[in-house]
Design a protein around this ligand. Structure first.
Ligand SMILES: [Zn+2]
Length: 223
């Protein structure tokens, strides 16, 4: 009898609290006083920026495509800053390869749900959202203009190990040189590298933007 009472009580607690926990969340968190989204496509600003949108293919950590379109968007000031980095790199013989930019909130939710607990420092909690959801984060690397290929970095994109840290010291000289070049050039335009991922950069104005769940196909083409 006592046990039954306890079971029923726990159910009541669960049903009451579920809407406030991760269980029932199906919409992004609401925030006041944020800017309207002004997402622009990186390739529309500069066609020579390369795209390698792994989330539109199955070769990503989820194991299936989570984007229906291989496109990369950011808020206009952030997108223009990325283009400036790309142009500066050209003079040094390199260019930018984009893995991901703006990411709809519902995709962040998928990432969280499929990631084991011990690896969750590499993905954003949908309760707070990600700077990718605000259109102010970008995952990227460098390509060599001569070969057109990705340069060597300490790890691949979305490598969920300590070697992905931008301060990991065990990489080769060339890998570290490339990682530092990317970081230095991004920092000149107001980006900060993530402490767990050498490929992830946040734009300085991210706090001004909300967490959006606009599908790529719904992004307004603004010139
Ligand atoms: Zn990222």
């Amino acid at each position: 009898m006592k046990n039954r009472f306890l079971t029923i009580s726990l159910w009541v607690v669960w049903i009451t609290l579920a809407p406030f926990s991760g269980f029932a969340q199906d919409a992004p968190p609401k925030e006041e006083k944020k800017r309207e989204a002004n997402l622009v496509e990186l390739n529309e600003l500069d066609k020579t920026i390369k795209l390698d949108i792994r989330y539109a293919r199955a070769d990503n950590f989820v194991g299936r495509a989570v984007y229906t379109e291989a496109r990369a968007f950011m808020q206009r000031p952030a997108a223009e800053a990325v283009v400036r980095v790309h142009k500066k790199l050209k003079k040094k013989g390199f260019g930018l390869v984009i893995f991901d930019g703006y990411r709809p909130w519902s995709v962040t939710k998928i990432f969280w749900d499929v990631t084991p607990e011990d690896k969750r420092k590499f993905v954003a909690n949908p309760k707070t959202g990600s700077r990718h959801n605000r259109g102010c984060a970008v995952d990227l690397s460098l390509f060599d203009i001569k070969t057109g290929k990705l340069v060597e970095m300490p790890t691949d994109f979305d490598d969920f190990t300590d070697q992905a840290s931008p301060t990991y010291d065990g990489a080769t000289k060339i890998q570290k040189r490339n990682r530092e070049l990317l970081r230095k050039m991004m920092e000149t335009e107001g980006f900060t590298v993530n402490r767990n991922e050498w490929w992830h950069f946040d734009y300085k104005d991210w706090e001004n933007y909300a967490i959006y769940d606009i599908a790529f196909s719904e992004v307004k083409a603004e010139k």
